[in-house]
Design a protein around this ligand. Sequence first.
Ligand code: IPE
Ligand code: IPE
Ligand code: MG
Length: 242
Amino acid sequence: MSSGLPKHIAIIMDGNGRWAERRGRPRIYGHIKGCGRVREIIREADRLGIKQLTLYAFSTENWGRPTAEVTVLMQLLKKWLIRERRELIKRNIRFRAIGNLERLPMDARKLVRESEELSAGNTGLELTFALSYSGRDEIIDAAKSLARRAMNGELLPEDINQEIFSMELDTVALRDPDLLIRTSGEQRISNFMLWQMAYTEFYFTDTMWPDFRAVNLRLAIDSYTRRERRFGLTSSKIEATI
Ligand code: IPE
Ligand code: IPE
Ligand code: MG
């Protein structure tokens, strides 16, 4: 049994810096080029009928990069939101952000919130940006919240299960990713959606993010559709449950 179209695709958009360095240009040039690819990939995902698309744009660890690079990344985020908001609305796309948004500069945070509110009623593609995101922090925050609720007598520790735990995560509105794509040849998940990726299919490509085009997305999806997801079962058991 092959898998159908992935409903939720998550992408680690990696390789901007190296892409630029190989051309003798500053890393920032790669980020600018990378930003340009985001629109194309969103459009293609939308056109293909993908329901949810989550883009890893900035990790908690990325705050440790040189200040000049971080500043440019925040400026690019703001510019992108200002430029693309109308397009998102036009395409009926619902925008969300996950991560520790408190750490974003105030104007960037405001734009993120406004974009979420503006598109809250949209019913098409659900687009999520992971910003200042850490999968481990997300899990710790969920644990803290459940501990607090247990202390307040709202729930018993014995009652905590996967479903209740998932509901405390930033991704409460999303299904677990069916397909993870990482560009740039690195084969790791760099603290991205650790809980949610328990049974996600991984697709790694050497293509750098600034070179990742609609056709590359289609190739990743083709690879996914040829796979059999077994979720710990056997092929015959899987077929019996469909
Ligand atoms: C991904 O590209 C963008 C961010 C992490 C913000 P990188 O900046 O990590 O590029 P490389 O991996 O150094 O080439
Ligand atoms: C992961 O890329 C984060 C984003 C793409 C936003 P990094 O470039 O930060 O990850 P490492 O350092 O190679 O693991
Ligand atoms: Mg990188």
